[in-house]
Write a protein that binds this ligand. Structure first.
Ligand SMILES: O=C(O)c1cc(C(=O)O)c2c(n1)C(=O)C(=O)c1cc(C(=O)O)[nH]c1-2
Length: 238
């Protein structure tokens, strides 16, 4: 963990470089994603990933609403609110959550199965709930900084999409729309969030807190995959 200092602030370029330097912590390097990209996952493992990642997906609007509730700047709120709409949609059958449910169908899982939180692994629940709590309790700009994993997301999603199309021919390709949409949304979201963080974190202390928020988020994504890779270890309750 970095120690908070009262040193002189980084320049904008130095600060951005410190944030980008955290790339090596991102979940694209996790063995589960590496195996996914190499075409080595079984159908059960793909389904496990889709079920459990859904818990992350459905909590993203909640953490964005927490950021809104902590942010006193109406111009930022006016912009940030689009993230909730991206996931929740504006009408039935639109938005990222519905698109993920379609991915579920494409891998052979019904909507009810995904929507039932009982099917979420405890480690995934802990990791995702920690993210929502972080955004409820930390200063809004640190929560914005924690979203900067999206700087690293598009490359990972592009690689994943190509791997899913190439290696997992049993998946209905209609299910991949979620990833195509994110390839368009994530770079815009990341650019806006990066500019906000750079312009609002003016002291070295705030800059280092922003880097720590990003590390926290990388750890959450990593822990989530650790739990998914391990799978269910609880005894079956008969
Ligand atoms: O599939 C992925 O690898 C991945 C990663 C991330 C991320 O880096 O947090 C997000 C997403 N997907 C995603 O779909 C998404 O909507 C999203 C929102 C956020 C966020 O923190 O606000 N991250 C991510």
């Amino acid at each position: 963990m970095l120690t908070i200092t009262n040193q002189i602030p980084w320049t904008a370029a130095e600060f951005e470089a410190e944030l980008r330097k955290q790339h090596h912590r991102y979940h694209h390097l996790h063995p589960f994603h590496q195996r996914m990209n190499a075409g080595e996952l079984t159908k059960e493992e793909v389904q496990r990933w889709v079920i459990n990642r859904f818990y992350y997906q459905r909590n993203i609007p909640l953490k964005d609403a927490a950021i809104l509730s902590n942010c006193p700047d109406h111009e930022v709120r006016r912009h940030w609110i689009s993230r909730i709409i991206d996931h929740d949609g504006t009408t039935e059958a639109t938005g990222g959550i519905e698109a993920w449910l379609k991915l579920g169908e494409a891998v052979g899982l019904c909507k009810e199965h995904l929507l039932n939180d009982q099917n979420t692994l405890p480690g995934v629940r802990y990791a995702v709930d920690a993210y929502v709590n972080f955004c409820k309790t930390k200063p809004w700009i640190e929560s914005v900084a924690s979203s900067l994993t999206e700087l690293f997301g598009p490359d990972a999603i592009r690689t994943r999409l190509a791997a899913l199309e190439k290696h997992y021919l049993w998946i209905d390709p209609k299910g991949f729309d979620y990833f195509r949409t994110r390839l368009h949304q994530a770079p815009q979201d990341a650019r806006y969030a990066l500019n906000l963080v750079i312009s609002n974190c003016r002291t070295r202390d705030m800059q280092e807190r922003a880097v720590q928020a990003l590390i926290f988020k990388c750890d959450l994504l990593w822990s989530q995959l650790e739990a998914i890779e391990r799978g269910e270890t609880r005894p079956i309750n008969v």
